[in-house]
Design a protein around this ligand. Structure first.
Ligand SMILES: NC(=O)c1ccc[n+]([C@@H]2O[C@H](COP(=O)([O-])OP(=O)(O)OC[C@H]3O[C@@H](n4cnc5c(N)ncnc54)[C@H](O)[C@@H]3O)[C@@H](O)[C@H]2O)c1
Length: 263
């Protein structure tokens, strides 16, 4: 049995997009294992509500305003965290967005909006923390990609492209900074029930159709992803870098002709 309390208790962890959905689940799980958490989110009031909830349950959490696409905001936030705790041990680049449209229906502005948050946000986050991690000779970064970054996602050309870029960026940075003691991995969730996917998954017919294509027979929960992030954030995964962890109930393993299983 892994002792995550021992593995996480002394770590300072920054999670972007932690005010709801997967990021919030990660923050809540990490808090139960004693990590010192900082949530950076553009939805500042919502992030403060998460801070209140976690602190109310005895956890250590501070919510800070962050637009992941703004370089100066990253610099200010990292300086603030380091001034308070002396370090950043783990960065979880989780903030993300989606505009569900096929390529031909997407404007350049919409394309850039998705790429800006999902790719530039991850690039800026890594650029902001890696110099500190090099100085510390240790560090750990978890980038939230998607199975859409491994496969073509219907009606989501920009999203698929952005998550593919996150996957490659993760590997390139892992190769570059491994010798500095920095581990960088990506997580690839399948369909997870969160505010991002609620509109689709709250439709009973669509949900049933989708579940027929998932070997484990259900969509994922935010906590399914948080458990993977917990493993990657801890030293239990100390020999993993540049890897891609797929959390999709087996959906991406299955090639379907008719949108469902034969049984
Ligand atoms: N839900 C899924 O099925 C699923 C599947 C695969 C990957 N993902 C990825 O997981 C991550 C979290 O997804 P989720 O489902 O919780 O989404 P969500 O929409 O519920 O949450 C996204 C969070 O990111 C924040 N955010 C958005 N733009 C930001 C910006 N510019 N600066 C700072 N914060 C910003 C939002 O305020 C929010 O807190 C995303 O990167 C998403 O692409 C989700």
């Amino acid at each position: 049995m892994l002792d995550y309390d021992r593995l996480l208790a002394h770590k300072t962890i920054l999670i972007t997009g932690g005010s709801q959905g997967i990021g919030k689940a990660i923050a809540k799980l990490f808090a139960t294992h004693g990590a010192t958490l900082f949530i950076g989110d553009i939805a500042t009031d919502q992030a403060r509500a998460v801070e209140k909830e976690i602190v109310g349950q005895g956890g250590k959490c501070t919510a800070l305003s962050l637009n992941v696409t703004a370089e100066q905001e990253w610099t200010d936030l990292v300086n603030k965290v380091v001034a308070e705790t002396g370090t950043i041990d783990v960065l979880v680049n989780n903030a993300g967005t989606n505009i569900r449209k096929p390529l031909l229906e997407m404007s350049l502005t919409e394309w850039e909006q998705v790429i800006n948050v999902n790719v530039n946000g991850v690039f800026l986050g890594m650029s902001a923390v890696i110099p500190r991690m090099i100085a510390n000779r240790t560090g750990n970064i978890i980038n939230m990609s998607s199975v859409a970054g491994l496969l073509g996602h219907l009606k989501a050309a920009a999203y698929s492209s952005s998550k593919g870029a996150v996957r490659s960026l993760t590997k390139a940075a892992a190769v570059q900074y491994g010798s500095h003691g920095i581990r960088i991995n990506s997580i690839h969730p399948g369909m997870i029930y969160s505010p991002m996917t609620a509109a689709t998954l709250d439709n009973k017919e669509q949900l049933e159709q989708l579940e027929k294509t998932i070997p484990l027979g259900r969509v994922g929960l935010t906590d399914d992803v948080a458990q993977a992030a917990l493993f990657l954030a801890s030293d239990a995964s100390s020999y993993m870098t540049g890897s891609e962890m797929v959390i999709d109930g087996g959906q991406s393993c299955y090639f379907t002709f008719n949108g469902s299983f034969p049984w």
